[in-house]
Write a protein of this length. Sequence first.
Length: 152
Amino acid sequence: MRSLIFAAAFALTAATAHAADTKPVAENGWSRATAVGQSVGAGFVTLRNPGDTSDKLVSASSDAAAKVELHTHINDNGVMKMRAVPEIEVPAKGSVTLAPSGFHLMLMGLKAPLTEGQHVPVTLVFEKAGAVTTHLMVAGPGAKEAPANHAH
């Protein structure tokens, strides 16, 4: 009986460790500084899925904003428009980069301006893996990419 309990505990530990190894990873998160009075900001991050099955980013939240939505840009008869999306799929053993003019996080109802050099905490929620906490490093207001030397 003792052997059976030990084997079950070992199997559970191994399964938990394996699940942790396959949880999506958020890397190189960044945002742009916002002006005083600006109520929205955008967040960008690379999502890497080391798992054997695809997963979907289904929501996000941050203490810096009243709410965070998942957005993308679409071309509507030659006019680029921003639209909310319900989810962003991250393929198995693959990655998706949330970047300007594509998928991104929309921080709405900012509680204070985002300032250059600030680290903004964000919780990303995946359909299968659950919550992944990361941060966005705030770059200058006109930045087109993550701040130099920012890897996470």
